[in-house]
Structure formats: structure tokens, C-alpha cells
Design a protein around this ligand. Structure first.
Ligand SMILES: *Cc1c(COP(=O)(O)O)cnc(C)c1O
Length: 379
């Protein structure tokens, strides 16, 4: 059996090697390292892929979130509601801009932000909601957009983990994740298996709003709309031409990457069928709502930490995303939080374990991983 990897960047590279190599060398020979034609063409390609009016490339997914919030003109003290169970970047930029993060619990099945908890957390100071499409599965966007409309709030989708996913509304309309809210952010970070990763750092902001897109194009570039005229406080956040060249080579494969991940997920699901200590990831019935950025199990009635140790011993990589609720992180504690408001997150942090998930997993590996886990949790 091939050695099992959590992510397999090498195998993916081998498939597109010639195109990547020539396009990266082209950038080097052109010396247009910044704002080269590749950046513009990638922007256009991604706009087409997502059917969104504006893609604004930037340096990474954390910047993308921050810039989206700056573009919306959120002010210190404005409350921004987001999920307690996500990567820290989401809450970090809220705090950094001196907005007030309001963490709320998530749903036990999808791990995504709980709509009832959002409703409960709204105050006159609430200005925005940041749903995270966690592990590659779309949050309940119909309900979130409805609440946002009723309370006049912005919706910023943190789409770092779900690029390529398609959300199906209750009326049957299909929309790409990251094009439903007022604005969205994504990341092209290569490891931790972001579904569309470049070979360094990268990110982008998406919106259908022409005015907001214009504002954001200035924010990413030192607040300039005209050279050396700084109209707003901005940042310097660019996707470099080499990364754009890599992304141009990979974007045509994104759907195939997502399909391969789904195939691996289906095989895992099948292998874990009927296991009383293992809850497999929730599916909403549509095939395209989940792109399996992570394949995350809940271990119930067995010891997750002991399982993790056992997998180490067996050479099976795995991850615990996330081990500590954000509301318990030192940086984000707030006396207004009450443990009783986070029953689901508090439980998930003890139950979740993410298995190897990438486009190069083979049947033998999946079988070995599943059998090892099943044996252990029933032992
Ligand atoms: C990875 C990630 C980010 C940050 O992306 P970077 O490119 O690493 O800055 C933000 N939010 C979520 C949910 C992520 O998974």
C-alpha cells in the first residue's frame, strides 16, 4: 500500500506538471511578477466559473475576509455574528478591525452556524453575519439571507473551505457557494487541503455588487482609485502572478477534484455504514452541496483522543479540527458568553476527527483506514 497522506499535493502536481511548469516559467521570463496578465485572466476565469460579477484577488483568505469587512464600511463597535466552531481567522479579523465578534453555536449535523442561535444573538448593534461553509458544506443560506434581510444585515460568506460547492435553495435554484451573500472570501492556501490551492499564499473576494467591488479594488491597493490619491484607508494585498499562473492551470480541474473527494467520501460512508460509534458527515441529499474539504467523523461512545493516538501508531494521518471552541480561546473570551449557549460546539470539540481526504486516495488506503478505526472503536 502507498504511504497514506493527509493531503497529496505531489500527486496532484504530477497530473498538471507540464502546464504548471511552462506557465510559471513564462511569468518568470516576462518579469511581470505583480499584476501580470495571469492575475487578470485568473480573475476572469474564476468569475465565469462562479457566475459572479466580480472576483478581486488578494494575498490570502484572512486578508480577503478583512478586506470584505473594510469594504462594507463596518465601524468599531459594530457586532458581527459568526460561528464558534471554525478556524480562528474568521473571528480574528473581526476583532482586529475593532468590531465586536459575537460567537454563536453550530448545528450538530452540518457543523455550520445555527440559524436559531443567530436570531437570538441579534441586537440593535448587529451589522453582519459571517457564515462559514465548514469542511466544504454550505451553511443554511436561505434562512441566513432571510434573517439578514429582515434585520438589514450584511452577509459575508467565509468560503475558504467550500470553493466549488453548489447551494440548492428551497425553490430549487442552484448557486455557487460564495456568491449568495453580499460578499465572500476564499483562500488558495495549499496545505490543509483547500480544494483549490496555489503554491504559496493566495485568496480572493467575490461580490455581485458593482459599488462594493469598486470600493474593494481600492482597499486592496492602499485605498487608491487613482494613482497616489488615497481616498480610504487600505491595505496591500495582492495575488502574485506566479500563483495566478498556477491557479489558471488548476481551476479547470476543480470540479474533477471535488468529484474525486466526493467519491472518496462515498467510499468512507459505505465502509462506516451501521457503525454505532461513528457518525459520518451529514449530506443534504443533493450531490453538489458538499465538496469535502475535510471528511470529519463524530466519534460517540468511544474515546476520540485514544483513537487519534492509535491512528498515529498505525501511520494514519488525521486532524482534529477544531479542538477548542473559539469562545474558550484566550484571545476571544468575552464575559457575555455563557457555556450553556454552546452545547453543540462544546461536544463537537471532543468528538470530531478528520480523515485523510484528497484526490489521490485509493480504495486500499480507504479500506485500511476504515477497518483500523472500526476495530478500535469497537475494541
Ligand atoms: C484557511 C481558512 C481561512 C484563512 O485562509 P488563509 O489563506 O490561510 O489566510 C479563513 N477561514 C477559514 C474557515 C479557513 O479554513
Amino acid at each position: 500500500m502507498k504511504k497514506i497522506q493527509m493531503v497529496d499535493l505531489k500527486g496532484q502536481y504530477e497530473e498538471i506538471k507540464e502546464l504548471v511548469n511552462t506557465s510559471v516559467i513564462d511569468v518568470i521570463q516576462s518579469t511581470a511578477f505583480i499584476n501580470g496578465p495571469e492575475v487578470h485572466s485568473f480573475q476572469k476565469h474564476l468569475e465565469n466559473y462562479l457566475s459572479v460579477k466580480h472576483v478581486i484577488p488578494c494575498a490570502n483568505g484572512t486578508d480577503a475576509l478583512q478586506i470584505a469587512m473594510m469594504g462594507l464600511g463596518l465601524k468599531p463597535g459594530d457586532e458581527v455574528i459568526t460561528a464558534d466552531f471554525t478556524f480562528a481567522a474568521t473571528v480574528e479579523v473581526i476583532a482586529l478591525l475593532q468590531l465586536t465578534p459575537v460567537l454563536v453555536d453550530v448545528e450538530p449535523d452540518t457543523f455550520n452556524i445555527d440559524v436559531a442561535a443567530i436570531k437570538k444573538a441579534i441586537t440593535p448593534k448587529t451589522k453582519a453575519i459571517v457564515p462559514v461553509h465548514l469542511f466544504g458544506q454550505c451553511a443554511n443560506m436561505d434562512a441566513i439571507m432571510e434573517i439578514a434581510e429582515a434585520h438589514n444585515l450584511f452577509v459575508i460568506e467565509d468560503n475558504a473551505q467550500a470553493i466549488g460547492a453548489t447551494y440548492t435553495s428551497t425553490d430549487g435554484t442552484k448557486t455557487k457557494a460564495g456568491t449568495i451573500g453580499h460578499v465572500a472570501s476564499t483562500s488558495f492556501f495549499p496545505s490543509k487541503s483547500k480544494n483549490l490551492g496555489c503554491y504559496g499564499d493566495g485568496g480572493a473576494i467575490f461580490t455581485n455588487d458593482d459599488d462594493l467591488a469598486h470600493t474593494i479594488r481600492g482597499v486592496v491597493n492602499h485605498g487608491m482609485y487613482q494613482r497616489y490619491h488615497h481616498d480610504v484607508v487600505g491595505v496591500n494585498s495582492r495575488l502574485d502572478s506566479i500563483q495566478a499562473a498556477v491557479l489558471n492551470a488548476k481551476l479547470p480541474h476543480l470540479d474533477n477534484y471535488c468529484n474525486k473527494r466526493r467519491e472518496a467520501a462515498n467510499k468512507y460512508d459505505e465502509a462506516f455504514k451501521g457503525q454505532e460509534h461513528i457518525i459520518v458527515p451529514f449530506r443534504d441529499g443533493s450531490d453538489d452541496n458538499h465538496v469535502f474539504h475535510q471528511y470529519t467523523l463524530r466519534i460517540v461512545g468511544a474515546d476520540r483522543d485514544a483513537l487519534a493516538q492509535h491512528l498515529n501508531d498505525k501511520g494514519i494521518p488525521h486532524g482534529v479540527y477544531y479542538p477548542i471552541p473559539l469562545h474558550n480561546q484566550k484571545a476571544y473570551q468575552d464575559s457575555r458568553y455563557n457555556e450553556a449557549d454552546f452545547p453543540v460546539t462544546n461536544q463537537l470539540v471532543k468528538q470530531v476527527i478528520s480523515l485523510p481526504m484528497h484526490t489521490e486516495l485509493d480504495d486500499e488506503q480507504i479500506e485500511y483506514i476504515a477497518t483500523t478505526i472500526i476495530k478500535f472503536v469497537n475494541g
